[in-house]
Design a protein around this ligand. Structure first.
Ligand code: GDP
Ligand code: PGA
Ligand code: MN
Ligand code: MN
Length: 596
């Protein structure tokens, strides 16, 4: 069949030094009945074998070797292109622990439902045992897991997205604990698809999808849903945030963590290239992570953050040499593309790339514009972070980087100004809790509908939002030096329906103002919703902003915010007694000052 060192299930019992791992692998094999088992070591040879096998069976299509060396296109099942929030469950003993923010099932029912699906599902397939580490392998902030999957595509992606293989297995054997993730693509039938989490058992079961967020279990399932639950009890934070370093002309670097919902600009901000003038003056952005951030107070009381991932699983459409040149350089070799289109000479193509022409669409059909976009709107690239030109030298730092500012943001066509600063930590937690954003193609369902997505964690918080906000508030204590909190909106639209802010590289102007605020060097106007810069406080030189743009980006619409705060109050009340009183009080204080 192939030359991987795989063994029949019966001979596989003692592969690891950790009895608990061997037993679990044996149990899963007994349930799923694979033809063979392969323990992944993460080596180049192993990857080459898997890739060759996937090329042979059509799972991977080789892209143009001249323009995109060692890069591949994968076409998923057309019904399996995004995360499925309606099929994602958190199974805690008490339903209230999962909260109104999650779909819930009892652990017993959840296991029964999943084990029925998994029974015999790997017959005729190879089962891969994938040990991985989330975070630098030597970091005390890192955590490990093992994913069992029947998808070689998942193995190849996990190798890019995590520290996968022998070193991770060694750490797992040393520590004795690991998150158990069981995955099968099953029949790829949307009616037989569930993503189930058992945070109390550090266990994940995912069936019926090969899509990244559903199938690469280290990412959303472990590093956010399970980790957030773990972080609550251990006193740290697992967040849906990018991490970047902003270096100023004096050579100082400040680290910023920012939470935006899926497809709202994290990867772009993390890889930002400053506008020309700033570049000349010596400004630089360093990339640490583009999606997930784990942080905890360090010995000096500041919050220290690591990126638990080793790669980027980024949105392709909209990525161009103008919008995100760093991303484009990053994906110029050794990249797996999923659901993009292809040009006549087998180069990957997507809407907004700005060059080339699609000939084959993401489904593999001849491109015809009447069938919709050539690339799926949620088409993605998987690539090692180490290939990014702006990858920070501190990204592998076992201790993490100290965070100076936390940013929340959403996609809001109206009302919400470009940027404002929270007055203090409690206000900042309310700003995060009250976040709203228009939905995107990253999850199945309608696009462009405004919903509350607190801290960009609506799809990812593994426990009750009331408890989660309480956990955030608990960091406001003696000995912790908290970062400042801000809110941004790159997506405010004018009466003509066009974005009012140029965005992308020019977002540096907003970051500059934030860091100046942190250092007490920039002004702001105080309003009930927070501190807003005027066009004197923030550098808008060289931008041609219309009067409408200036008014909407830097203005405060009291009437509009009154209605927004009524809706925020309603949202907080949905959580009943678990919602911290401090957030109700803060909401009411602001609502009152808006009424004055
Ligand atoms: P992520 O999923 O949060 O990492 O978001 P991405 O950085 O991949 O961006 C998602 C989409 O938003 C892409 O189509 C980007 O081109 C677009 N985008 C990102 N940043 C900006 C911005 O500052 N302004 C505008 N108008 N669009 C942006
Ligand atoms: P994103 O990551 O935040 O870059 O879109 C994937 C996701 O959240 O589904
Ligand atoms: Mn994400
Ligand atoms: Mn991203």
């Amino acid at each position: 069949m192939n030359n991987l060192s795989q063994t029949a299930p019966a001979e596989n019992a003692g592969r690891s030094k950790l009895a608990a791992l061997n037993e679990w692998v044996a149990q899963v094999a007994a349930l799923t009945q694979p033809d063979a088992i392969h323990w992944c070591d993460g080596s180049d040879a192993e990857n080459a074998t898997l890739v060759a096998q996937m090329e042979a069976d059509g799972t991977l299509i080789r892209l143009n070797e001249q323009t995109h060396p060692r890069s591949w296109l994968h076409r998923s099942h057309p019904d399996d292109v995004a995360r499925v929030e309606h099929l994602t469950f958190v199974c805690t003993t008490a339903q209230d622990d999962a909260g109104p923010n999650n779909h819930w099932m009892s652990p017993a029912d959840g296991h029964a439902k999943m084990d029925e699906l998994f029974a015999g599902c790997m017959k005729g397939r190879t089962m891969y045992v994938v040990p991985y580490c989330m975070g630098p392998i030597d970091s005390p902030l890192s955590r490990c897991g093992v994913e069992i999957t029947d998808s070689p595509y998942v193995v190849a992606n996990m190798r890019i997205m995590t520290r996968m293989g022998a070193p991770a297995l060694a750490r797992i054997e040393r520590e004795g604990t690991f998150v158990r993730g069981l995955h099968s693509i099953g029949e790829l039938d949307p009616n037989r698809r569930f993503i189930m989490h058992f945070p109390e058992e550090l266990t994940i079961k995912s069936y019926g999808s090969g899509y990244g967020g559903n199938a690469l279990l280290g990412k959303k399932c472990h590093a956010l849903r399970i980790a957030s639950h773990q972080a609550k009890s251990e006193g740290w934070l697992a967040e849906h945030m990018l991490i970047l370093g902003l270096e100023n002309p004096q050579g100082e670097t400040h680290y910023v963590a920012a939470a935006f919902p899926s497809a709202c600009g994290k990867t772009n901000l993390a890889m930002l290239i400053p506008p020309e003038g700033y570049r000349k003056d010596g400004w630089k952005v360093w990339t640490i992570g583009d999606d997930i951030c784990w942080m905890r107070p360090g010995a000096d009381g500041r919050l220290y953050a690591i990126n638990p991932e080793a790669g980027f699983f980024g949105v392709a459409p909209g990525t161009s040499i103008n919008s995100n040149p760093n991303a484009l350089k990053t994906v110029s070799h050794d990249t797996i593309f999923t659901n993009v289109a292809m040009t006549a000479d087998n180069q990957p193509w997507w809407e907004g790339l700005g060059e080339g022409k699609p000939v084959i669409d993401w489904r593999g059909n001849d491109y015809d514009s009447s069938n919709g976009p050539a690339a799926h709107p949620n088409s993605r690239f998987t690539v090692s972070a180490s290939q990014c030109p702006s990858y920070s030298p501190r990204a592998e730092d076992a201790q993490g980087v100290p965070i100076s500012a936390i940013v929340f943001g959403g996609r809001r066509a109206s009302l919400v100004p470009l940027v404002f600063e929270a007055r203090d930590w409690t206000h900042g937690v309310l700003v995060g809790a009250a976040m709203g954003s228009e939905t995107t193609a990253a999850a199945t369902g309608a696009v462009g509908v405004m919903r509350r997505d607190p801290m960009a964690m609506k799809p990812f918080c593994g426990y009750n939002f009331g408890d989660y906000f309480g956990h955030w508030l608990s960091f406001d204590r003696e000995g912790v030096k908290l970062p400042k909190i801000f809110h941004v909106n790159w997506f405010r639209k004018g009466d003509d329906g066009k974005f009012l802010w140029p965005g992308f590289g020019d977002n540096l102007r907003v970051l500059e103002w934030m860091i100046k605020r942190v250092k007490g060097e920039a002004g702001a106007q105080e309003t009930p919703i927070g501190n807003l810069p005027t066009t004197d406080d923030i550098n808008v030189e060289g931008l041609s902003l219309s009067e409408e743009a200036k008014a909407k980006l830097f203005g405060f619409d009291r009437t509009g915010w009154r209605a927004e705060f009524d809706s925020i109050g309603e949202f907080l009340r949905e959580y009943g007694p678990r919602m911290p009183q401090a957030l109700h009080d803060e909401q009411q204080r602001i609502a009152q000052s808006l009424a004055e």
